[in-house]
Design a protein around this ligand. Structure first.
Ligand SMILES: CC(C)(COP(=O)(O)OP(=O)(O)OC[C@H]1O[C@@H](n2cnc3c(N)ncnc32)[C@H](O)[C@@H]1OP(=O)(O)O)[C@@H](O)C(=O)NCCC(=O)NCCS
Length: 157
């Protein structure tokens, strides 16, 4: 595998939105993750959504969205926040180069720095091939629980 360029998570603005909307997974992966257009639209109606474009050097290569309940309930001092990986994709052209794993490190680091963050959760459908193997390589473990027929994975922070 060739050397991985510097990856960053950048805000999505009016200026870079068109290039983020052009990022796509492989045709056979399309039912694994929503389109970025759908995710960005949903993010604007969900106060717990935190979303960023993934860049390699100055090129957009992917998208991530998490649910960060503290964004929604920040006025409640008793709220116990939860952090959940909601969407994660690397454009088909950039897959298999180690970018996904490297980008996940940035996401984990972001969550680690959020208040009272103890774990990052995610779930994936049983029919999504071996996506779980990718998440295992990023440090997630199955916790034996299921939600809506999806397998839950957790990474302790
Ligand atoms: C899953 C995804 C994010 C992986 O991104 P990527 O950049 O191709 O992954 P990387 O190149 O960083 O791979 C990291 C490691 O995971 C492994 N891996 C990646 N995808 C895998 C898969 N589908 N099955 C098994 N292992 C996988 C790689 O072999 C690599 O292993 P290594 O560290 O031992 O070399 C990307 O394939 C993707 O966007 N898929 C479609 C969207 C999707 O499925 N999102 C998750 C919804 S639940």
């Amino acid at each position: 595998m060739s050397e991985i360029p510097k990856l960053t998570l950048k805000k999505i603005t009016k200026l870079n939105l068109p290039s983020i909307l052009q990022l796509n997974v492989k045709p056979e992966q399309r039912n694994f993750v929503a389109s970025n257009a759908k995710s960005i639209a949903e993010a604007h109606f969900n106060k717990d959504a935190w979303f960023r474009a993934i860049y390699a050097n100055n090129k957009p290569i992917g998208f991530v969205m998490i649910s960060d309940t503290l964004l929604k309930y920040k006025s409640n001092p008793n709220h116990r926040p939860s952090y959940y990986l909601w969407r994660f994709m690397i454009d088909a052209k950039f897959q298999g180069k180690g970018y996904g794993k490297e980008a996940m490190k940035l996401v984990i680091n972001h969550v680690k720095n959020r208040p009272k963050a103890k774990e990052l959760l995610l779930s994936h459908s049983k029919s999504y091939g071996n996506t779980g193997e990718f998440y295992k390589k990023c440090g997630f473990e199955y916790n034996g629980r299921e939600i809506d027929d999806e397998l839950l994975m957790s990474l302790k922070l």
